[in-house]
Design a protein around this ligand. Structure first.
Ligand SMILES: Nc1ncnc2c1ncn2[C@@H]1O[C@H](COP(=O)(O)OP(=O)(O)O)[C@@H](O)[C@H]1O
Ligand SMILES: [Mg+2]
Length: 248
């Protein structure tokens, strides 16, 4: 089983969009996927039209078994959802021993043969929940918008991963840096993509182009593959899916 966190401390760079579409794309390729929503906004449930009763809160601090928090969305695709109580869970976790590894501990009860992939949608911060995700994951995919401020934040994110790896004797690998919202008619996008490719040679993946269908799809509780299957967004996320599968 591969555990991939989709992470960037910056908000609005495409983490949730990437988590939902990567996970669904993998599930449609017959991989058994579990998405963990670690953001108290609970966007994953909204995007997939799933509103599980038991959530991340129950799993992390409510003493509910992992198997009872998993909600089936469709064949091969399951989620553990989140809601606003997740912020409360995080406050409770702060006072617990070994607080950076609570997610790893509760997930340990899962039968790892039941899934091929766990995809984690991380919150936009360097919070305790994010630390938990980074320490549970073995690969990180880092979406980063192709604009200047995101590029600056990206360097910080990679430094943070190095720090955590050292501090906690962990081995989180960078599976890829994913340029998002790329518009090839926009000079800034072209320049920033070039800088990303120079600075992170070999790690920078093919960009996800800017596409209004990706913005519209959650409003219909649909993934890009159901909402607009021949759109640029669907093509680009399909490429990411194939990349992740090849990287096995
Ligand atoms: N490739 C894209 N093109 C256009 N809009 C996008 C793209 N990817 C994401 N978005 C939009 O940008 C906003 C932020 O994306 P989201 O995935 O929620 O980011 P994050 O989870 O990092 O905060 C959302 O409205 C989303 O629909
Ligand atoms: Mg998000």
């Amino acid at each position: 089983m591969r555990k991939i966190c989709v992470v960037n401390q910056k908000g609005g760079v495409g983490k949730t969009t990437t988590s939902v579409n990567l996970a669904t794309g993998l599930a449609r390729r017959k991989k058994r996927v579990l998405i963990l929503d670690l953001d108290s906004q609970g966007n994953i449930g909204t995007c997939l039209g799933a509103h599980p009763e038991r959530t991340m809160y129950d799993l992390l601090v409510g003493g509910v078994k992992v198997i009872d928090c998993i909600h089936k969305v469709e064949e091969n695709l399951h989620i553990i959802g989140a809601d606003s109580r997740l912020a409360e869970a995080e406050a409770i976790m702060m006072g617990k021993p070994n607080r950076e590894r609570i997610l790893s501990t509760v997930m340990d009860k899962l039968n790892y043969d039941d899934f091929d992939f766990i995809i984690m949608d991380c919150p936009p911060s360097l919070s305790l929940l994010n630390q938990n995700a980074l320490l549970f994951a073995d690969e990180a995919i880092i979406p980063s918008a192709t604009e200047t401020l995101s590029f600056l934040g990206l360097k910080k994110m990679i430094e943070t991963i190095d720090e955590y790896n050292n501090m906690f004797d962990h081995d989180l690998m960078i599976g890829g840096i994913l340029p998002t919202m790329y518009d090839r008619r926009n000079r800034v996008c072209i320049e920033v993509l070039g800088k990303m490719e120079d600075a992170f040679n070999g790690m920078t993946l093919d960009p996800i182009r800017v596409n209004s269908k990706l913005i519209e799809a959650p409003g219909y509780a649909k993934t890009i593959f159901d909402y607009a299957k021949s759109s640029r967004g669907a093509q680009d996320y399909q490429k990411l899916v194939e990349f992740v599968i090849r990287n096995e």
